[in-house]
Structures are given as C-alpha cells and as structure tokens.
Design a protein around this ligand. Structure first.
Ligand code: ADP
Length: 235
C-alpha cells in the first residue's frame, strides 16, 4: 500500500512537470506549422523532392503535437474532459471505423462488426471515440501482416443493464508479463513509436464514465479488449 502511495505521488509530480513542459512545447509547434505553410507558399511550385521533405517535416511536427496533447491530457485529465451525453455506442464504434479506415485498409485488415445492443450509455462522445480509436489503432499495430478486426457492441451479461464494447484482433498478442502492465502510464513495447499513454488515458476516461476496460490475450493468436459501460439512467 505504501508503495502504491509513493507511486501515485511520483505520478502526480511527473504529471505537474509534464503538463508544464507540454504547454511550453505547444507554442513553438504552432509557430513551426505556421512557418511551414508560409515557406510552402513562398516556394510556389514545389518539386517532388521538396514536397517529400515538407511532408516528412509535417508528419513529424504532427507527431510531436499529438504526443504533447496526450501528455497534457494524461497530466490534467479534468481540464480536458467533455460533457457526458446519452450516446449510442454502436454509432460511436461505427464512426471510429470510418475514422480509422485509412489505417485498416493500408494494413490489409478485414473488419467485422456485430452491433447486437441498442442500449445507450452516458459518456462524452469524443471521449468514447478516443478510447475506441485508440483500441483500433493498437489492434492495427498488432497486425502488421494483416488479420481480422472484430468490433462488437452487446448487452453486458452481468445483469446491470450496461453495454460491452469488444475490440478483438488476430495479431501478435501479449505474454502475461506484458498484459499485466499495459494500463500503466508510459508502459510501451513500441520504443520510439509509442508513448505508452493510450491505454492509461483510455482507462481514466472509461472509469470516469463509471465503466472499466479489461484485456485478454494469447501470444501469437491475438487480443481482446472489452469496455464495460453502465446503463445510462435516462436511456
Ligand atoms: P502505445 O500504443 O503508445 O505503446 P498503449 O498504452 O496504447 O501505448 O499500449 C501499451 C502497450 O500495450 C503497447 O505498447 C503494446 O505492447 C500493448 N498492446 C496494446 N494493445 C495491444 C494489442 N491489441 N495487441 C498487442 N499488444 C497490445
């Protein structure tokens, strides 16, 4: 218990520093993006080589921006929370599929959906969307050679009237010692490509809506993430 306390104090301190630094990085990023646009306009007709360079710079600046916003959201979740609404999980999941179509198609991933529940839940739409997109992109990363992504929305079987959203992949899977740590902030196996914040933020968002996320995995076979959300009172 003491260890946990020390850990949470450490995380709070890291959070404060992180938020400060992330905030400071935001301004220069905006300046770089602005100057890139200006430079492009000044150059007029870009050659292919210049275009490629610009695209590479753009991509990386975008990546820095998204890391910074994840850090801010992790460090100060309450400042970034949206208002909860009565929403249809099936609708949100469908939107997420559209948003990630580029990635799933590029990776030759076959998608299957099964929306068997018509229940509503109470959560900020953008936050549920963020959680599901994050799970889908993790699934895509786990299937570099293609595979099958299954998305389900069904009535929770625990009799509470809630909803279960399942995101399942046929990817690389995880050994038990990885699985144990995936919700820890900054835990990643993706080295420079990952922040290790996706699942940690997802868990915070879902638990604030009164729900939880569970994960099951078999190495070499795939993984299954389930988001349980409680019944919305005015549904
Ligand atoms: P990141 O994706 O930046 O690493 P996350 O918090 O989203 O951060 O995920 C943490 C880790 O959990 C990943 O680095 C990966 O090892 C593991 N993981 C998450 N989703 C999956 C998945 N669908 N299949 C295999 N491993 C996964």
């Amino acid at each position: 218990a003491t260890e946990r306390l020390i850990m949470s104090e450490k995380l709070a301190a890291v959070g404060e520093i992180t938020a400060g630094v992330a905030h400071e990085i935001n301004n220069p990023i905006a300046v770089i993006q602005g100057n890139l646009e200006v430079a492009r306009t000044l150059l007029g007709d870009e050659t292919d080589k210049v275009k490629t360079e610009f695209r590479l710079i753009d991509d990386q600046v975008y990546r820095i921006g998204s890391i910074v916003s994840k850090l801010l959201q992790f460090a100060r979740p309450s400042e970034y929370s949206g208002a909860a609404n009565v929403i249809s999980p099936a609708e949100v999941v469908q939107d997420c599929l559209v948003l990630t179509r580029h990635q799933t198609e590029a990776a030759e991933i076959e998608t299957a959906t099964d929306f068997a529940s018509g229940r509503s839940v109470l959560m900020a739409r953008t936050e549920l969307q963020q959680v599901v997109v994050n799970l889908i992109l993790n699934a895509v990363h786990a299937m570099p050679e293609g595979g099958r992504l299954t998305l389900q929305v069904r009535d929770a079987e625990d009799g509470t009237g809630g909803v279960a959203i399942v995101v399942e992949d046929t990817g690389v899977g995880m050994p038990p010692d990885t699985l144990k740590r995936i919700f820890d902030p900054f835990f990643t196996t993706k080295q420079a490509q990952g922040t290790g914040l996706g699942l940690s933020i997802s868990q915070t968002l879902v638990s604030r809506a009164g729900g939880r996320i569970t994960a099951a995995s078999t190495p070499g076979k795939g993984s299954r993430f389930t988001i349980f959300l409680p019944q919305s009172e005015n549904a």
